[in-house]
Design a protein around this ligand. Structure first.
Ligand SMILES: *Cc1c(COP(=O)(O)O)cnc(C)c1O
Length: 373
C-alpha cells in the first residue's frame, strides 16, 4: 500500500514482536510445543499475515476457532498443522478434509459422523478429542470420558492426533477450579495407560495456564493473548516477558477553539469548563473504538495524554488538548500502543471500556487497515 492510500486511522503490527513473543513462550514451556492461536483475525492482528509469518519462522501447529479461518490460512499458503477448535456442523466435514484441517471432536455422535464421512470419501480424518473438565462450553464430560475414548477404537478412519480441554479460570487468583480441571484431565488420560496405548498430543494451557500452571504445559500449549503481548489479568503471574505487537493510530483531521460552556458531540454530555482547544479524529465505534470510551479514555497527542471528551461517534472522536494545547492536521494520535516514553496499554483500554483485552483486540473492525512493520 502507498502511504497516500492508507486511511489516517490504521493499525501497525510488528510481526517481529510476535516472533519474539513466540520464542519467549517456547523458552518458558520447553520441551512442550506451542500452538499459537490465530482465531478472530489473529486477535485483530491479521490472520493471513500473522499466519504466514509464524509459518515462516517455524511453528509446531496453529489453532483457529472456525473452519473458514483454517481455510483462509490454507488459501494463504500456510503449511503448518491447523486445529479448528470450535464445534463442527456435519455438512462441513468434507471441507475440513479437503483443506487438511484437524477437527475437534467433542462427542461420540460427532466422532461417528466424522468416521462415516471419512470412510465414504475413502480418506482419513485427523481429529483432536475435546473434553469438558469444567469450562462448560464444548466437549465430552470428564465424567463420561471413557465413552468417547472407547468409541475411537471403532473408528478406523479417524486418526486421533490430540486430546485437549480448556480452562475457565486460569487467570484468576483462586486456583481451585483450575487445579480440579488439571486433575480431571489427568484422570481422563489414564485411559491410555490402562490399555497400554500410546497417548496422542495432550494440550490444556491457554495464556493463564502457561503463566501460572507449569504442570499443565503437557505436550503442547495454546497461547492467544500472551502471543500478542498482553497479560490476561493482574492476578496472573508474569512468568513470561512479552511485548505488544500492535499500535492503533489515527490523525488529527480538525482543530478548533471551544468556548467555555460550549458542548461537544451527541447528547451534549461534555461542556468546556474553560476556553480550550479540541481536535477531531477520524475514528469511532464503527472502527471498534468503543462508545464506552466516551468521556473516559485517554489518547496520546505528541506523546502527551489527553482526554476523549463527549460521546464517541460512529466515525469520530473528540479530544481536549487543553487551553494551551497544540496539534496540527495530520499529526499522529495514538489510541493504543506506545509513543515515546508513554504508552496506552490494551489492559488500560479494556478497563476504560469496561471489558477485557481480548475484546479490545478483536473489536478493531476490518474498516481499519493493518500495516505491517
Ligand atoms: C481462545 C482459546 C485459547 C487461547 O486463549 P488465551 O486466553 O487468549 O490464551 C486457547 N484454547 C482455546 C480452546 C481457546 O478457545
Amino acid at each position: 500500500m502507498q502511504e497516500a492510500d492508507i486511511r489516517p486511522t490504521r493499525v501497525e503490527v510488528d510481526l517481529g514482536a510476535l516472533g519474539r513473543n513466540l520464542a519467549a513462550i517456547q523458552r518458558h514451556v520447553g520441551p512442550s510445543r506451542v500452538m499459537p492461536i490465530l482465531k478472530a483475525n489473529a486477535y485483530g492482528h491479521g490472520i493471513v499475515e500473522v499466519g504466514r509469518h509464524l509459518d515462516g519462522v517455524g511453528v509446531d501447529a496453529l489453532g483457529v476457532a472456525y473452519l473458514e479461518e483454517g481455510e483462509a490460512l490454507r488459501d494463504a499458503g500456510v503449511r503448518a498443522p491447523i486445529l479448528v477448535m470450535s464445534g463442527v456442523v456435519g455438512r462441513q466435514v468434507p471441507r475440513f478434509l479437503a483443506a487438511d484441517l484437524a477437527i475437534t471432536v467433542p462427542s461420540v455422535s460427532k466422532l461417528a459422523h466424522v468416521q462415516q464421512v471419512a470412510s465414504d470419501l475413502g480418506t482419513k480424518a485427523r481429529v483432536h478429542l475435546k473434553f469438558d473438565t469444567g469450562m462448560g462450553r464444548l466437549g465430552q464430560s470428564h465424567r463420561t470420558a471413557d465413552q468417547l475414548l472407547d468409541a475411537t477404537l471403532d473408528a478406523p478412519d479417524v486418526v486421533v492426533e490430540g486430546i485437549y480441554s480448556h480452562f475457565a479460570t486460569s487467570d484468576e487468583a483462586d486456583r481451585t477450579l483450575t487445579e480440579a480441571q488439571i486433575e480431571r484431565f489427568n484422570r481422563i488420560l489414564d485411559w491410555f495407560d490402562r490399555r497400554g496405548l500410546p497417548g496422542p498430543t495432550r494440550h490444556l494451557a491457554n495464556s493463564g495456564g502457561i503463566l501460572g500452571y507449569p504442570e499443565a504445559h503437557l505436550d503442547m500449549v495454546r497461547p492467544g493473548l500472551l502471543l500478542y503481548g498482553a497479560y490476561p489479568s493482574k492476578e496472573a503471574p508474569r512468568t513470561v516477558e512479552v511485548e505488544p505487537a500492535l499500535r492503533w493510530l489515527s490523525q488529527v483531521v480538525y482543530f478548533k477553539v471551544v468556548r467555555q460552556g460550549d458542548t461537544v458531540s451527541y447528547g451534549a454530555t461534555w461542556e468546556a469548563p474553560e476556553d480550550t482547544r479540541v481536535v477531531t479524529l477520524p475514528v469511532g465505534y464503527g472502527d471498534g473504538y468503543a462508545r464506552a470510551h466516551s468521556n473516559r479514555a485517554e489518547v496520546l497527542v505528541g506523546g502527551a495524554r489527553k482526554p476523549v471528551v463527549g460521546r464517541v461517534c460512529m466515525d469520530h472522536v473528540m479530544v481536549d488538548l487543553g487551553p494551551d494545547g497544540t496539534a496540527y492536521n495530520g499529526d499522529d494520535v495514538v489510541l493504543l500502543g506506545s509513543d515515546g516514553s508513554d504508552g496506552i496499554t490494551v489492559e488500560e483500554v479494556a478497563e476504560s471500556a469496561g471489558t477485557v483485552p481480548w475484546e479490545v483486540f478483536t473489536s478493531i473492525s476490518p474498516r481499519v487497515p493493518r500495516v505491517y512493520v
